[in-house]
Design a protein around this ligand. Structure first.
Ligand code: BG6
Ligand code: MG
Length: 218
């Protein structure tokens, strides 16, 4: 029986991915390189440390440990500048309606984001009150696709993983949900998350009855 829904934040509830993109692009340009939108897609759902490692590998560049640390810091400073103006109007379509519908149906709600900035984003959007549990990047030691983040969230919700569903926009998040033994819903405009149990282009399309059926059929 479906008892809880766990949401990723970036790309599912709010479109912060363009701000991550702008900050990474600015960082790569400061190093005399560049970053295309396509290259940026590989960073979706990936931690900031792993993102910089990937970028440097992609561009055949290397930096010292100290430079690495200061680049990470700089990217985050720029990212935080970009999100300073976030507000309720940046919530993606269908998200608030879905959160309200799920709560009205008596389901528990969790938020599980790899971002260490998740709480700031949640506060700026004013959506903290919808969630019974929030897990952010500072509470985990293993990034998605490891299931740690979703298992921790289910534990805080006091629900069994098999009765939780996950809404995710990143392939690494879908893998994490699968490994956690949770039903996964891929939320992505291109509809390309083939490993997800269900796929929607936005939360507007989410069908709770179908999702419940999917959980019951397992
Ligand atoms: C994820 C984003 O939610 O959080 C990634 O999809 C980002 O793009 C990751 O790198 C870590 O975020 P932050 O804010 O801690 O650097
Ligand atoms: Mg995401």
């Amino acid at each position: 029986m479906l008892r809880a829904c766990i949401f990723d934040l970036d790309g599912v509830i709010v479109d912060t991915s363009r701000y991550h993109f702008l900050a990474w692009k600015r960082l790569m340009e400061s190093l005399g390189s560049d970053l295309s939108e396509e290259e940026n897609n590989c960073l979706r759902g990936v931690s900031r440390i792993e993102s910089l490692r990937l970028l440097l590998r992609m561009k055949g560049m290397s930096v010292t440990k100290e430079q690495f640390e200061s680049l990470i810091e700089l990217k985050n400073t720029w990212y935080r500048e970009y999100i300073a103006g976030l507000s309720e109007k940046d919530i993606l379509e269908g998200a608030l309606e879905l959160l309200r519908e799920l709560r009205n149906k008596g389901l528990k709600l969790g938020l599980a984001s790899s971002s260490k900035n998740a709480r700031e984003v949640i506060d700026r959007l004013g959506i903290g009150m919808y969630f019974d549990a929030i897990v952010d990047g500072s509470m985990i030691s293993r990034a998605k696709p490891d299931p740690q983040i979703f298992l921790l969230c289910a534990g805080l919700l006091c629900e069994s993983p098999s009765e939780c569903a996950v809404f995710e926009d990143a392939a690494s998040g879908i893998e994490a949900a699968r490994s956690a033994g949770m039903v996964s819903v891929g939320v992505e405009a291109e509809n390309s998350l083939e490993r997800a149990d269900m796929r929607v282009r936005s939360l507007l399309e989410a069908d709770i009855d179908k999702l419940s059926e999917c959980v019951n059929l397992r």
